[in-house]
Ligand binder design. Sequence first.
Ligand SMILES: [Zn+2]
Length: 91
Amino acid sequence: MTCSEFLKELTDYLDGAMDAQTKAELEDHLQWCHNCYVVCNTTKMTIEIYRESSLYELPDDLRGRLRTAIVSKCKGHGGAPSAKPASPEPK
Ligand SMILES: [Zn+2]
């Protein structure tokens, strides 16, 4: 599973609205991908805050913004091979 696949399933995962197979794949991804792990936790907390304010659904706007931020973050760690920004010089 890639980061973008993970992100596509993330909201369903947090809603508990998915089959066990997909869920296992997502949890496997979380084992090795720190970015998605952080994103997952952040999104979970955001959703909990919204739920507590009795808004069950995340607004589309927020969902889209989160996703854009995450995708651009993930680009630096193997998601897009040659699109890597300059790595730190050893000197
Ligand atoms: Zn990832």
